[in-house]
Design a protein around this ligand. Structure first.
Ligand SMILES: [Zn+2]
Length: 282
């Protein structure tokens, strides 16, 4: 058992699945993959809460974006939050892991919120590399313009590297996927859980040192895996950002919300080997 950190809040941490898309293994790894088999991608936002505090991690995307980018929106992020009894006006603090469209997309639906963002992400999304389609393709210029407006409204808390945003809750810049992505470390009853977001899209990325093809700096991606593992109490405390296995490994918040809301503050079931591969025959 990890050592308990005395006096820190023990948060409930919930992964909320709001969208999905089809895909195949070669789509998800630099260098491709010899197994050309389906490997769907799920989309999540995350809720961190205790009796007195509530934090939303990322804001997902809306129906227009799902249509434009050929994804299946299962429920709007705000609708997913409503399943937990959370109204948009209840959300006062939002951590944006990075500004890709599937992480910042519905920011304008939370009028009472302040946002936590890394300096490096703001600079990246508004700077020279956005001239390059390879790096701008996952951003939406109207989202980025909206975030600039938030800055002018003094609604963003900018961070540089590591920052504690509440007792038992901190953000940590992990470059690589973008220049300024931040992972989130949360204290729970089972110890320190790390929400990797796109610092590791799937379990396989950090477990096998593989890299997702949408990447700014491969070296920082690989260094990031070591950082995620150092921040977490064990590999089973690292939660990847887009892996359908998250919904299978963690207990559902309730029977009614199985496959929609999972409790990440509770231990996962034992991991299955090579989870996204066919059982045999290769
Ligand atoms: Zn991303």
């Amino acid at each position: 058992m990890p050592e308990r950190s005395g006096g820190l809040p023990e948060y409930e941490v919930i992964a909320l699945k709001y969208a999905t898309r089809a895909g195949a293994r070669p789509d998800h790894f630099v260098g491709g993959d010899p197994h050309d088999v389906p490997m769907p991608m799920d989309y999540y936002v995350w809720v961190v809460r205790d009796a007195t505090r509530l934090f939303l991690i990322d804001t997902g995307f809306n129906a227009d974006m799902a249509l434009k980018r050929h994804r299946t929106l299962l429920r709007r992020p705000a609708e997913a939050l409503a399943l937990l009894g959370i109204a948009p006006a209840d959300v006062r603090e939002i951590v944006i892991t990075h500004l890709h469209n599937d992480h910042i997309g519905t920011f304008d639906e939370f009028p009472a919120a302040r946002f936590h963002l890394q300096d490096d992400e703001m600079a990246f999304a508004t700077g020279r590399y956005m001239c390059c389609e390879r790096f701008n393709r996952a951003y939406e210029v109207e989202h980025v313009a909206g975030v600039i407006r938030l800055a002018y409204q003094d609604r963003i808390d900018f961070h540089r590297g590591d920052a504690e945003i509440a007792p038992g809750l901190s953000v940590h810049r992990i470059g690589g996927h973008t220049a300024g992505l931040q992972a989130v470390r949360v204290h729970t009853t089972r110890g320190w859980v790390v929400l990797a977001s796109d610092a590791s899209h799937y379990y396989e990325h950090f477990e096998n040192n593989r890299c997702f093809p949408l990447v700014f700096h491969v070296g920082e991606v690989l260094e990031g895996y070591a950082r995620l593992l150092a921040l977490a109490d064990s590999p089973a405390h690292v939660v990847p950002g887009h892996d359908p296995l998250v919904m299978r490994r963690y207990p559902a918040l309730s029977t009614a919300l199985a496959g929609i809301a999972a409790r990440l503050d509770l231990p996962p079931s034992a991991s299955s080997p090579t989870p996204n591969l066919p059982a045999a025959g290769h």
